[in-house]
Structure formats: C-alpha cells, structure tokens
Design a protein around this ligand. Structure first.
Ligand SMILES: NC(=O)c1ccc[n+]([C@@H]2O[C@H](COP(=O)([O-])OP(=O)(O)OC[C@H]3O[C@@H](n4cnc5c(N)ncnc54)[C@H](OP(=O)(O)O)[C@@H]3O)[C@@H](O)[C@H]2O)c1
Length: 262
C-alpha cells in the first residue's frame, strides 16, 4: 500500500509515520503539512524521530498525494475540505481522523464518499467502538429511569471541545433515547435536571491523551463506563488498519465498526 500522510508533522501524523514505516506492507510516498510549518522540506522520518526515510514534508497537496493509494489525515477542520477535493479528483482513498467537522467539512465528505472509499472516525480505537456498543446495550437494559452524562478529559493543548469521541458517545446514547437533548456543561441557575437532558463536560489539562466516561445514574446505583487512551499509537494503529481495510473498497463512507467486522 502506498500511503500519504496529511498533517504529517502533528502529534498524530508523527505516530502514523513511525508505525507505517515499521509496517512491511506499507510504503510512505507523501507527507503533507501546512504552509508555514517550520518542518517543510525536512525528512518526515526525522520529524517523527525515526531517522531519514527519504520523504520530504511538503505543503503541496497534489505533489504529496502523487502515487498514493490511501491518505491518512489527522489535521484541522480548516484543512479538510481542500484535501478531500484533491483526493476526489485523484481517486485517492481516505482515512480521516480530524474531529468536530463543520458544515464545509461535511459537505466535502459527502462529495468525497460518492467517488472514493472513506473511513471517517472521531476515534480510531477498538475500545471506544466497543464502549459505544456497551453504552447502547446498558441503556436498553437500564431503561429511561437512568440519567446519562458524559465527561471527557484531554491534554491542555487540545483546541476543540467537546471531543469528537464524546460526541460519538452522545450519538450512541441518542440511538437508544432519541428524546435526549444535549447540553454542553451547566452554568448558573439552571434549575433541577430534567429527564430528557444529557450534559457533556470537557476537562482540559496536563498530557492526558483522552479519557471518556459515560455515567448512567439511577436511584441507589450508578454505572461509570470508562475508556482511557494511554498512548497516541493506539489511534495511529487504528488508522493504519482502516487504511488496509479501505484499500480497494467501493466508494462510500465506512466506520470503525465496519473495519472491526471485516
Ligand atoms: N480520530 C481519532 O482517533 C483521533 C485521535 C487523536 C486526535 N484526533 C484529531 O486529529 C486532529 C489532529 O490532532 P493532533 O493531536 O495530531 O493535532 P496537531 O498536533 O495540532 O496536528 C495537526 C497537524 O495538522 C497540520 N495542518 C494544519 N493545517 C494544515 C493544512 N492546511 N495542510 C496540512 N496540514 C495541516 C498542523 O500543522 P501546523 O501545526 O503547522 O498548523 C499540524 O501539524 C484533531 O482534530 C484531533 O481531535 C483524532
């Protein structure tokens, strides 16, 4: 598999570079970063701390996608629409991990998946997929008497809130309880909790990679269902598995659940 990495010098891009370079079935053919990134022109392996691998970091998207079967991207919502347009034109399959897509990203994703296969996942780990399934199961068994609240904790440099994973877990809860309306925290004289609300809280600090707890709160008992990521390699490994999965698939939008069931 010939792989291009978009957002190659970021925290996730470096992890993908390291793990993809170790994989015998993958050749890194492109490494793309933002115009103005001080690492432009450097070897992407050196940026990732594994020594030179003969691929320069470039801001030229078309050049970086040249010869690629698949691109893995962990970047920013501002960068995603242009990347997706370039992949659609070149027929490059996409594994997309950027979170909190806005309307422009969603439109670009719709257009992209009509022409190439795409895995889009706000969390690439198996554990979070299973957590979402467990939340659905628990809520069905516990019924509507249990209140649902979600707490996520991330490192101090995370720029978006709530995390894409928290949104993913809220979506899982709403599959069982479509009546739930989502609050982003609580502040001031908000009154007693109503049965149909579900608040999501974002805690920021330190170097926490990502913790998510879904609280199911009943009378006299409660469940706290938690996933903790302890290393970014977890998401990079998930993205690489998704890249292997998506290669050669029909155009369309695939999820981590599809990757796990393959
Ligand atoms: N799905 C998952 O499992 C998962 C896991 C972890 C993180 N994420 C998400 O992935 C995204 C990136 O996270 P991160 O921690 O790796 O952030 P990061 O360290 O800030 O990396 C993002 C990289 O994208 C680059 N970038 C920005 N604009 C670009 C452009 N126009 N073209 C090419 N590259 C561009 C940035 O370059 P500059 O710094 O020069 O701007 C930076 O190197 C976030 O949305 C995060 O929430 C998802």
């Amino acid at each position: 598999m010939k792989l291009s990495i978009f957002g190659a010098t970021g925290r996730m891009g470096q992890a993908v570079t390291r793990l993809a370079h170790e994989a015998k079935d993958i050749q890194i053919v492109g490494a793309i970063s933002a115009p103005g990134d001080p690492s432009l022109g450097r070897d992407v392996g050196e940026v990732a701390g594994i020594g030179s691998i003969g691929v320069e970091v470039s801001a030229d998207v078309d050049a970086g996608l040249m010869g690629a079967d698949v691109v893995i991207e962990f970047s920013s919502t501002k960068a995603v629409p242009a990347l997706f347009t370039a992949c659609r034109k070149r027929g490059v399959a996409v594994v997309s991990g950027t979170t909190n897509f806005d309307a422009d990203c969603r439109k670009a994703l719709d257009e992209l998946q009509a022409q190439v296969p795409v895995v889009w996942a706000p969390n690439m780990s198996r554990g979070v997929q299973v957590l979402a399934e467990v939340v659905e199961h628990a809520m069905r068994r516990l019924g509507a008497d249990f209140d649902v609240e979600i707490v996520e904790v991330h490192h101090r440099r995370k720029v978006d809130s709530p995390s894409g994973t928290a949104v993913r877990l809220a979506d899982a809860a709403r599959k069982v309880r479509p009546d739930l309306s989502e609050l982003r925290g609580r502040d001031g004289d908000v009154g007693a909790r109503t049965k149909d609300e579900m608040a999501v809280f974002g805690v920021r600090g330190g170097d926490v990679i990502g913790d998510h707890t879904v609280h199911l709160l009943g009378d006299s008992e409660r469940l706290e269902l938690t996933h903790r990521a302890t290393n970014r390699d977890l998401f990079a490994r998930g993205a690489i598995s998704a890249a292997r999965f998506v290669l050669g698939k029909e155009p369309g939008l695939y999820t981590i659940a599809d990757v796990l069931s393959s």
